[in-house]
Design a protein around this ligand. Structure first.
Ligand code: SF4
Length: 445
């Protein structure tokens, strides 16, 4: 079991020097115990104490990286059960399952479809980031060949087989891509699978719906020298998968139970609505990897959106870069609309401008990602900040009429903005929905 705050405190220098960024050694000890600070943050800790506290410094849930380079996916090291307590740390991987029994053409077509599962959402790319190759053919040569083709996509790969030998041969083929070897066979052979993973220096996935069995399996794998483990209940009913995911997360984070201190993998088999809903549940609670079957873009985008939402830091509004945007190649006589850099505000304005087909400049003022009214109330969207943004972005060189349009909700600042900036200020519609009619019938340069 991990050490308590007081047990950690006994080993600290007790100098209360604040160099760790906390007011006292006791406060630091409490942070280490909760996994929110590391021993390296105290520069005065001696080697002896460091060794004694090694267990406490280990996070309650291990961080496991699958894949390499830009395609790597890191999962685990979560610190809370509920996102509102802090935030979820490492976004889960979304893997599309591919069976190695597919004919060559079908396999190529499916991999091609997976490659295209990438979507722009509020300026951020959301994509399927893993491929799970399943050894349904039972043929290890075919499995290894499919693994190589999947690895060529540049995404992280999960290799699924109940046969440790098949895992070994496919894993060896693409070991430099750091795939997850997912052993779906009997618990009796977990040591064999673990030895293969240790030998190839790869992470290992293991499965059992029983918490007792899975704990036993992780302990055996750890004894074989394996550290990077991913746990799964296997192909169970969604409600049972959810129970497994919740109980393992709780045991790791609340009870600091080391045998369950690993990230998880869940299967959402099938392509019907129930499978899509189950996949979204598993994303929200608390899978490290969700393996899906569907390649239907509308279904995949729903799952990716669940991930995007739950892994967004609730304390940091989603922002766009504060700058002057050019929509539909505006010339120097095109209108210039002013808004904030809160992503929702910006994209509401941008989509209406696109719909109007009127070439337009949009100035997104840095309001730390807050919306128009919130920023105005907090004095972040005022004559000074807007004038500063007009100067900083070189707006005067881009538009010859020196007229800007502000949201109708802040009409009250139009006079003082004219004085502060020297620009002519026009009051636009209160809501973005009025932008099309404003640009097409009211705007005059
Ligand atoms: S840096 Fe170390 S000695 Fe100083 S207050 Fe923090 S824990 Fe205590």
């Amino acid at each position: 079991m991990a050490l308590s705050g007081l047990a950690i405190y006994k080993h600290l220098p007790k100098e209360n020097c604040k160099e760790c960024g906390l007011p006292t050694c006791l406060a630091f000890a409490m942070k280490v115990a909760s996994g929110q600070a590391g021993l390296d943050d105290c520069p005065k800790l001696g080697d002896e104490a460091r060794g004694a506290l090694a267990e406490a410094s280990a996070p309650p849930q291990r961080l496991v990286t699958i894949g390499e380079g830009d395609g790597a996916v890191s999962i685990g090291q979560e610190t809370v059960l509920f996102r509102h307590d802090e935030r979820f740390q490492n976004a889960c991987g979304i893997a599309v399952r591919v069976e190695d029994s597919l004919e060559e053409g079908e396999l190529a077509a499916r991999l091609d479809a997976i490659k295209g599962l990438s979507f722009d959402r509020m300026g951020q790319v959301q994509a399927v980031d893993m491929v799970a190759v399943e050894n349904s053919s039972g043929d290890s040569g075919r499995f290894a060949a499919a693994a190589k083709k999947a690895a060529a996509l540049g995404k992280a790969v999960v290799l699924i087989s109940a046969d440790p030998e098949a895992l070994k041969s496919a894993g060896s083929e693409i070991a430099d891509k750091r795939p997850l070897l997912y052993y779906s066979g009997s618990a009796d052979n977990v040591e064999t699978a673990a030895k293969t993973a240790v030998e190839l220096k790869l992470p290992l996935g293991i499965e059992s719906p029983s918490l007792e069995t899975i704990s036993d399996m992780t302990e055996k794998a750890a004894k074989a020298g394996l550290q990077d483990i991913v746990m799964s209940p296997g192909r169970e009913k969604p409600s049972e998968v959810l129970e497994f995911l919740t109980k393992t997360r709780r045991a790791a984070l609340k009870k600091k139970f080391r045998p369950l201190g690993y990230p998880t993998l869940a299967f959402a088999d099938g392509t019907d609505d129930a499978a899509i809903v189950a996949a979204s549940w598993f994303v929200l609670k608390y899978a490290g990897i969700v393996v899906i079957d569907t390649i239907e873009p509308a279904a995949v985008v729903a799952i990716l959106t669940s991930r995007f939402n739950i892994y967004t830091d609730p304390q940091k509004p989603v922002q766009v870069e504060a700058k002057l945007y050019e929509i539909n190649e505006p010339g120097n006589e095109a209108p210039l609309l002013v808004t904030t850099n809160f992503a929702l505000s910006y994209y509401s304005v941008e989509s209406e401008v696109e719909a109007s087909r009127v070439p337009t400049h949009i100035l997104a003022v840095d309001t730390e990602g807050t919306s128009v009214l919130t920023a105005w109330a907090a004095d972040k969207f005022n004559p000074e900040t807007i004038s500063e943004a007009l100067v900083k972005t070189g707006a005067a060189e881009k538009v010859s009429h020196h007229k800007c349009v502000i949201p109708g909700m802040v009409a009250v600042i139009s006079g003082s903005l004219e004085e502060e900036s020297g620009w002519q200020v026009e009051v636009g519609p209160k809501e973005a929905v009025g932008i099309v009619s404003y640009l097409t019938s009211r705007w005059k340069r």
